[in-house]
Unconditional design. Sequence first.
Lengths: 800, 370
Amino acid sequence: MRISLKWLSEYVDLPAPDEVARRLTAVGFEVEAVERVGQGLAGVVAARILASEKHPNAEKLSVTRIDAGKGEPLQIVCGAKNYQVGDVVPLATVGTTLPGGTKIEKAKLRGVESFGMLCSARELGLSEDASGLLILDRGIAPGTPVADALGLEDVLLEVNVTPNRPDALSHIGIAREIAALLGHQVRLPRPALREAGAPAAEAVKVRIEAPEKCARYAARVVEGVKIGPSPLWLARRLESCGVRSISNVVDATNFVLLELGHPLHAFDLDQVAGHEIVVRTARPGEKIVTLDGKERALEPDDLLIADRDRGSALAGVMGGGDSEISAGTTRVLIESAWFAPSGIRRTSRRHGLKTEASYRFERGADPGMVIPALDRCAALIAELAGGTVRPGIVDAHPRPHHAPEVRLRWRRPAELLGVDVARDEVLRVLGGLGFEARASDADGATFAVPSWRVDVSLEEDLVEEIVRTKGYDAIPETLPANAARTPVEPADAQVTARAREALEGAGFAEAVNFSFVAERELAPFADPSAAALRPIALKNPISADLAVMRTSLVPSLLRNTSTNRRQRVEDVRLYELARVYRPAPAGSDVPAAEEGELAGVLVGRRNPTGWAAGPDPIDFNDAKAAVVAVLEALGIDARWRARGGAWLHPRLSAEVLGADGAPLGEVGELHPRVAAAFELPRGVFAFRLSGAALVRSARLVPRYGGIPRFPAVLRDLAVVVAEEVEAGAVLASVREEPLVEDATLFDVYRGPPIPAGKKNLALAIRYRAPDRTLTDTEADAAHARIVARLRGGLGAELRG
Amino acid sequence: MADLLGQLEALAKGAREAIGSAADEKALEDLRVRFLGKKGELSAVLRGMGALPAEERPRVGEVANRVRDEVEALLADAKGRLDARKLEAELAGPPIDVTLPGRRLLPRGHRHPITRATEDISAIFARLGYEVASGPEIELDWFNFEALNIPPDHPARDMQDTFYVEVSTLGDGAPDGSVLLRTHTSPVQIRAMQRLGVPPVRIICPGRVYRSDYDQTHSPMFHQVEGLCVDEGITFADLKGTLAAFARAYFGEGTRTRFRPSYFPFVEPGAEVDVSCSICGGTGRLPVPGGQLPPDRATRRCGTCKETGWLEVLGAGMVHPKVLENGGFDPKRYSGFAFGMGVERMAMLRYGIDDLRLYFENDLRFLEQF
Ligand SMILES: [Zn+2]
């Protein structure tokens, strides 16, 4: 809300502008900007045009002689055409710097001397109007500074009024706050209303068919008006608050809106069929053309201001084209009504129409302002546009307003604030804000809420009024006295922390991506068992690229990888830890199943940093190592099964399983077609792990198993097996031998003299007995059993 | 016999001279072979002992042993001397190029600044006894709005442009009602109160939130940390003390806080909380580096706080009675305070990040700075 301090000062005595801004901010009306206008106009004076003739050397210029109040007329060359001799216009005298930065100097224009510049409104920084000279009132004496003559100097405040305070969306509303703060009185405007002619009730009838949506509809009639431009003072007032001047009658309604905060509407009474106003909801299929020229299909929830035949305005939101004030209007009907907030809001949102009126009605207009605003506007129209006000108000008032009463216990402020507030301070503050104390006793008092304070209904609301005025600085700083529960770190937080550390230790940087992606990006990651289900979609996404909730984090990471590679960052290791979203199982108390996922992507060189870096590219085993780093940090002993999901290369990927066979996730090289879809080369590896599965499998507390007391016997074993025999199977077979404490694969060899289709696996085996020193004979026997088992089970041959 | 003794004497003398002047280990080894080897000089002398009468042999043997011991000692001595010289030479050489970058086993990883800030904030509140709570991001309208005193058609809904969820894509398991992406972490207040059931409630909830607004200064997804404290006798003074303690812990000792009245539908009374600007120390001005400048030019405007000396970082207030009721707490008996802050802003102030969009582009050149 833009507030003019010049205007505001008509209703309340003001301290200096910066103090006003500080005080308003301190009571909850944040002043976001303080703008000084009409300054830098020193040197611009009113000047009367005495004569004007064509420039001898230029078609489009004139040479004028003007009286600037200095005795001697001045010669000024001018390009505008919109003036007549005798007009008074602004003259920027030599030496003036205009608000736009133009410095006025004595000049020769096409050979003719010019001693200043005649100005348009735009050149003075007053409005955007640059169509011609700003024509001033002829009564202004030449030589008068224009800023004084027009009262241009002003300070404008941009005040942030929170949605609970519609009463402050006006100059009177802000004046009330300042008056309460400073202990001053508000000077309300007292319209001088002179009524004449036949009663208004004979000119128009009002009927409310939807009292639950319209509690009151009051109207006045002004006859014999002449539509014309507004006087400069009025246009300036509106423009300083960002409202365009339209015509005297429309401007009068807008003036009252900005002054008193109550939205009004003016109709051309002669366009109101049957001279009857009906406040009703829209009929099925009904349409209306609003002032912005759009035809709008209405719903039965929309409230209309209609005449006998049809709807003529969307009540409290926007007028309609037919009944608008036009140049030929002579009889004006002024509407001042109170509409229920929720209905106005629904209509405003449904039709995408946000107006000054709807903004105030949907927050809650002051029911006590219906009649004062109507009277003020009628008097103003009569003053500005001539005409007479018909006697009386046509007032339909099916639901009178009853001011609520709120009880405040004297001890409540201290209970809630932690600081005592004296009883007389409570009464003084609330009284200043218009809360009238009714019954008062030793325990507390009952206060009548003023009609404009639609936000106050509870004891706590009154406490807020007190502390708002008193200031939060008066409250001390303490800490809650009672003991807290001892916070326990949940298991998933520990899993998260360890997984992060593991991946960051492996050189991964954490990414944070939006939770919504393009639906097509998720297709390769769909769970085949839930193929029929779409991902959870937004009704109103920002764009198709941000339209559905992620079911996997991998696509976002692939996009990040692609973006980084375009920036010539080719060694990429990224991880993300976030939720993925799927439909909730039946009986859930939340709308969706949100489970954590840990995903990573890696591509580039294995050792990407520094002078000792090698050219070796990352391969499957690096990706697997990253997963193993996470699993080891969580104490999870995993199993590996060839072939991950459809998004992975079928030959170069694996499924990760827990010791109990439960799936933990997948790892591998991207499927070449998925890589291509994300504009990535071959050789990009990725993994994803289920957060819930990790939490279930994690062993966060280690278990001490003792230190072996007897020495181990070490033996190496080299076996040749067929390509398709997995190392894991060989190791598992070795570990079946009870005396084997540990077995490690230390080499895989293919090539001569090993026959094609086979590979040589070299293992280091450690034998140990827990209860005695193992003899060589025992170890040899165990070794032989292993060889026999490998030969029998996996077709292995002993080598060397 | 005298002949043999003379030979031994000569051998010892020759060994003393030769070993004393041996230049390196190879020469020393050659000398060992020459004097003590199987075919060496000492062996040759001893072979002559066979011709001696038996009573003379012990005497010669004794001398021979003495000579062997002496030669061995000389050799060991010389070896020690040579080793020491070699070590001296190695230690005295030119130093290596220590400015070469250390060889990394693996590049260091990086934690996202939003995560870092969230962890820092959570750790401070953990010390004040706050437990981390969480709630769904895909939320029912009731929890996100209605339970927080924001009924349908309430203009406060305009404060938060909301993403709504296509209910048909939620499957049959979802509870009835309008579903949205939570616009703030405040619905966790309700869920936490309902879950805990009894005081004390002291929780913070960090998490993702969503608003349908996307431009240079708005992201459709961002992060908040919500805090809630409910018990008997909780006052606004407790809120002030808690947030003042937090601000000092997060922004540094000396940080001041300022509470201004404001409006959030789920608190009453409500406040915006400013902290003294951590960039300029609350003065609104920053020193201009370099030289002796006149006083009016020695400082420049602080852009972070726009010269006000204050930064708006938190919203807070006393929990609205209707919110307590919706959480299952009797507002006549219990009171509480709640607060919320934007993590992106907290991280911006801590790390000097100047563009919101950087957080979600995941450019490694950005991430690697953390
Ligand atoms: Zn600053």
